[in-house]
Ligand binder design. Sequence first.
Ligand SMILES: [Zn+2]
Ligand SMILES: [Zn+2]
Length: 145
Amino acid sequence: MEADMSDETQEPGRLRIPSCNCGCGLSEIHPEMLLLARLLTEEFAEILWTSGSRCEQHNEKEKGSKHSGHLPIWGTERNKTVALDGTLSPWNSQRVRRILFRAIQHGATGIGYYPRKRNPSFHIDRKPRLQLWKPGPAGRLRYFF
Ligand SMILES: [Zn+2]
Ligand SMILES: [Zn+2]
C-alpha cells in the first residue's frame, strides 16, 4: 500500500510514499505532509521517498525518537504522521540542500540532513518547533544551515 495522489493530469511526478517499512501497512500521513511531498515532487521529480509513517515497533527498531514525526501521534486526532524521509540516487548534496530550503519555504519545520556514504538521506517534518540538524562528531548538530 502507498499514498497515491496521482491522476492523469499530474504525470510525471507520481507521488509514491511507502507505508511503514516493517510491512504492517501503516500509512497515516497528514494531508499537509502529502501536499508538501506533492509540491516537492513536482519541482524535484527525482526525489525517492523512502519512509513515511512508522508503527511504534518499527520506530523502536530504527532507533527513532519517542517523539518522532514518523509516529501516528500528530494532528488534531493524534493519529497522523508528519515526517517523511527521502533520498536522491545518485546523491547530490547541492541538489538536496535546494530541496530542503524549498521544503522550509513550503512550511517544513524539521529538517534532517544525512549525507553519509551508506544510504544517504534527508528528513522533513512539520512538528510544532523549528529544528534543523545533521549528525556530527558531537552527536546531533542543530541549526547547520
Ligand atoms: Zn510497521
Ligand atoms: Zn525521518
